[in-house]
Design a protein around this ligand. Structure first.
Ligand code: 2P0
Length: 326
């Protein structure tokens, strides 16, 4: 038995940062993302005696394998299947660099949800798969769907909280240029970073208060395909998220010097009439949103900045899907 699924990373225009309920992994704030085409995680499940995990050709044990087994267990129990869950050898590959800050956990767990559902024969449907992926890694719940996707905040005790598609990839040909500012993994992962922010940042409550209105403004701009209206709430969502993280104890400094130079360069471009705005995740890279006619100029401007190692370009893409079953 072998089942293969593919999924793509997503980038949040309105950020998720903080959990309402850690056990159920419910986000404290609503988020809105765009699923990216081009970059792909491919995940194959085959029958095995015990669960095993291979990431980009290297066998992994410990926490990564535990999360994989936990997701397969969730699929099995969600489908109320009796008996022992079949064990799987999971082989997952990314065709994009993990260190590029492109949320490889989102595409990884979205692909695993779909491949696992096929492998186990649980036939749960995309909404329940999104809910299960979200429980393992909240941003993964969004990568089940293509195009523009929303994940609401959870209410305490929520059992069912999937992401939902807002508009297909064809809705708006936004372009994303990633300015890569370092090679290598970040110091503090997203889960640990957001939990530390929740527990210790005096600005966490202000972030949770501000986030819903920002997400609403991002949503309106996306629905109207209004780039000018998108700029302010996208940048404020990223900056407010980072402000809350920077004020944690000890403060989370995801940025490096080049990050700040890129932010300034984006604003210079915009002052010169170029449609461009930035967002930043839990790492030092800057993701620049733009429109097709300005993509070349934005890419050139980013590439010329000292400290920018390279750029990666992306555009809206499709949701997770099974590509092989048998
Ligand atoms: C986002 N990030 O909305 C935000 C912005 C990072 C910064 O979702 O703890 O790996 O597994 O639910 O989904 C990354 O966090 O966190 C993330 P968990 P996840 O894209």
């Amino acid at each position: 038995m072998s089942h293969v699924a593919v999924a793509h990373p997503n980038i949040a225009l309105a950020k998720y940062w903080g959990k309402r309920d850690r056990g159920r992994n419910l986000p404290a704030v609503p988020s809105l993302s765009v699923t990216l085409g081009g970059m792909t995680t491919t995940t194959r499940l085959t029958t095995a005696d015990v669960d095993a995990l291979w990431l980009d050709g290297t066998e992994r044990a410990g926490r990564p394998l535990e999360r994989v087994s936990a997701m397969l267990d969730l699929l099995w129990s969600e489908a109320a299947r009796a008996g022992a869950r079949p064990r799987a050898c999971v082989e997952s590959r990314n065709d994009f660099p993990t260190a590029a800050g492109l949320a490889s956990s989102a595409s990884a767990f979205a692909a695993l949800a779909v491949a696992g559902d096929g492998f186990l024969g649980t036939a749960l449907g995309v909404e329940r798969l999104s809910c299960i992926a979200r429980r393992v890694s909240a941003s993964a719940g969004r990568s089940l769907f293509g195009g523009f996707v929303e994940l609401p905040a959870g209410a305490p005790g929520d059992a069912h909280l999937p992401a939902a598609p807002l508009a297909p990839p064809e809705h708006w040909d936004l372009r994303l240029v990633v300015a890569v500012t370092t090679e290598g993994a970040k110091d503090v992962g997203s889960t640990e970073g957001m939990n530390r922010t929740t527990e210790t940042s005096p600005f966490y409550a202000a972030w949770v208060d501000a986030a819903p209105a920002l997400a609403r403004r991002v949503r309106e701009a996306v629905v109207a395909r209004d780039f000018e209206a998108l700029v302010a709430p996208v940048e404020q969502s990223a900056l407010a998220m980072h402000a809350s993280a920077i004020a944690a104890d000890p403060g989370l400094l995801y940025w490096n010097g080049t990050t700040v130079e890129v932010l300034r360069a984006v604003r210079r471009l915009r002052a010169g009439g170029v449609p461009a705005c930035f967002t930043i995740d839990a790492g030092p890279h800057v993701k620049v949103l733009t429109l097709p006619e300005a993509e070349g100029e934005v890419t050139r401007a980013m590439s010329e900045l000292p400290g920018v190692l390279r750029t990666i370009s992306a555009r809206p893409g499709g949701g997770a899907r099974l590509v092989e079953a048998g």
